[in-house]
Design a protein around this ligand. Structure first.
Ligand code: 5GP
Length: 209
C-alpha cells in the first residue's frame, strides 16, 4: 500500500536512552515504505560506530552557530552541553516530493517544530518503566558517567511534557513499537482534514460544501 499523496512530517521524540533510534531503524525496515530520515547536525563527537552524513552531520560549534545565524535550521536545541539541529532544506525538499519525513529529536526541539509545523505528527516514546530507562542508559556504554547522570536528570524533566504530543508509544518491544508508529502514520493519512481535498477532487467538481 502506498501511504502518501502528500508527505507527512513525523516527529519521534522522548527521553534520551528510550530507544528512539532503534525504533526508527526498525520502522525503516518495513517493506514498501516511503520514509526518509532527517539526518541532524550536531556538535557532539561521533561515537565509535557512527558515520558522518548517516547518523549525524558532525560539525564544530563555530560552524553550527554560523548556520543558526543563517537560519538553516527548522529547530535546534542545546542538549547536555552540545548543539543538535534539523537542517530545514532537506525536510522541505522531501515533503514537497511526497515523502514521509521522519525526525528523531529531543523534547525542546520537538516543541519548537510543533509551533512551526503544526500539521506534523508528534509521537512521544516512553520506556516500559523508569528502571528500564536507567538500565538502558547505563548499559549502552556510549556515555561517560557524568553524561549519563545529566541525561537521567533531563529525562526527569521531559516526562512531564508528554501531554503536548499527539501519541504516546511504549517501547516494550522494538518491533511492536515500530508497528504502532506505522499504524499511526497510516491512520493520520486517512484523517479527514488531510484527505478531504483529495476526496472532493475525486468526486468530480464537487466543492467543499
Ligand atoms: P545523542 O547524543 O544520544 O545522539 O542525542 C541526544 C538527544 O538529542 C537525543 O534525544 C536525540 O534524539 C536528540 N537529537 C538528535 N538530533 C536532534 C536534532 O536535530 N534536534 C534536536 N532538538 N534534538 C536532536
Amino acid at each position: 500500500m502506498k501511504l502518501n499523496e502528500l508527505g507527512l512530517l513525523v516527529v519521534i521524540s522522548g527521553p534520551s536512552g528510550v530507544g528512539k533510534g532503534t525504533i526508527r531503524k526498525a520502522l525503516f525496515k518495513i517493506p514498501d515504505n516511503n520514509f526518509c530520515y532527517s539526518v541532524s547536525m550536531t556538535t557532539r563527537k561521533p561515537r565509535e560506530n557512527e558515520v558522518d552524513g548517516v547518523d549525524y552531520f558532525f560539525v564544530s560549534k563555530e560552524e553550527f552557530v554560523r548556520r543558526i545565524e543563517e537560519n538553516k535550521f527548522l529547530e535546534y536545541a542545546e542538549f547536555v552541553g552540545e548543539y543538535y539541529g534539523t537542517p530545514v532544506d532537506y525536510i522541505e525538499k522531501n515533503l514537497d516530493a511526497g515523502k514521509e519525513v521522519i525526525m528523531e529529536i529531543e523534547v525542546q526541539g520537538a516543541l519548537k517544530v510543533r509551533e512551526r509545523k503544526p500539521e506534523a505528527v508528534f509521537i512521544f516514546i516512553v520506556p516500559p518503566s523508569k528502571q528500564a530507562l536507567l538500565d538502558r542508559l547505563m548499559n549502552r556504554g556510549t556515555e561517560k558517567t557524568v553524561d549519563i547522570q545529566r541525561r537521567i536528570e533531563k529525562a526527569e524533566r521531559e516526562y512531564h511534557l508528554a501531554y503536548k504530543y499527539d501519541y504516546i508509544v511504549v517501547n516494550d518491544d522494538v518491533a511492536n513499537a515500530a508497528d504502532r508508529i506505522y499504524a499511526i502514520i497510516r491512520a493520520e493519512h486517512a484523517k479527514t482534514e488531510r484527505s478531504i481535498h483529495k476526496y472532493y477532487k475525486l468526486m468530480e467538481g464537487k466543492t467543499n460544501e
